[in-house]
Write a new protein. Structure first.
Length: 230
């Protein structure tokens, strides 16, 4: 009987490394809506930046009002300021380059500080018309009406008796008729006395008589009903 020769045991060696499969990376799904939104945001940001740049570059130097200017008063250089603003085409502001032309014109409406100046707010027409004379009338605080006097307002002046003169009845002979006038300018109250000087335009035939009344202090001012403007 033959004996099978035993094979010597194979010496244990290092284990053979098995190839490692690369990790599988799941492909991301593209979202068309998100991509479109990003594109719109980027485009919108660019357009907004462009508009901001254009707006900041298209600013204009215009005139502003820095002090109150009543109706009818002349505009002085001290009444005006300047500002750099981006204007809407519908806003008709006066360019700063026209400053010299504006000074000396009269306010057609009351000008308020902080507002832009427009050509429609000004006039070159004098408030003293042909056949009229300017009469300054000094009014004490008790003679000034509570309602505000403004240029263009129609008023009347009446002569009142002095301290040593008896009042005349309405039927007395020589009753003096009121003098009709138009307010041209209203001054500020004088410190201490509070007297206000009101420049009025009266007909050349009435102006000397009104000036005589004013010199005696025996005059009162009456304001016509609303709408009594000329």
């Amino acid at each position: 009987m033959s004996k099978t020769q035993a094979q010597p045991p194979t010496p244990a060696g290092p284990a053979m490394a098995q190839p490692v499969a690369p990790p599988r990376v799941a492909a991301r799904r593209r979202r068309p809506g998100v991509i479109a939104l990003c594109v719109l945001l980027i485009a919108g940001g660019g357009v907004g930046g462009a508009l901001l740049f254009l707006e900041s570059g298209q600013r204009s130097q215009v005139l502003t009002v820095v002090r109150d200017v009543p109706v009818g008063e002349k505009v002085t250089d001290q009444d005006l300021g300047e500002a750099s603003v981006a204007l809407d085409p519908a806003v008709k502001a006066v360019p700063s380059a026209d400053r010299d032309r504006i000074v000396g014109q009269r306010a057609a409406v009351a000008l308020k500080p902080g507002s832009l100046l427009s050509a429609s707010q000004l006039t070159t027409t004098t408030l003293l018309r042909q056949g009229e004379q300017l009469v300054p009338v000094g009014l004490k605080p008790e003679q000034v009406p509570a309602s505000t006097l403004t240029p263009g307002m129609q008023v009347q002046f009446v002569r009142v008796p002095g301290e040593n003169q008896p009042a005349k009845g309405t039927g007395d002979e020589g009753q003096v008729q009121p003098v009709t006038a138009r307010v041209v300018q209203v001054g500020r109250p004088a410190p201490g006395s509070g007297t206000v000087v009101v420049d009025v335009a009266a007909a050349s035939t009435d102006a000397p008589e009104l000036a005589a009344w004013v010199s005696t202090g025996n005059v009162r001012l009456l304001v016509d009903a609303p709408g009594g403007r000329s």
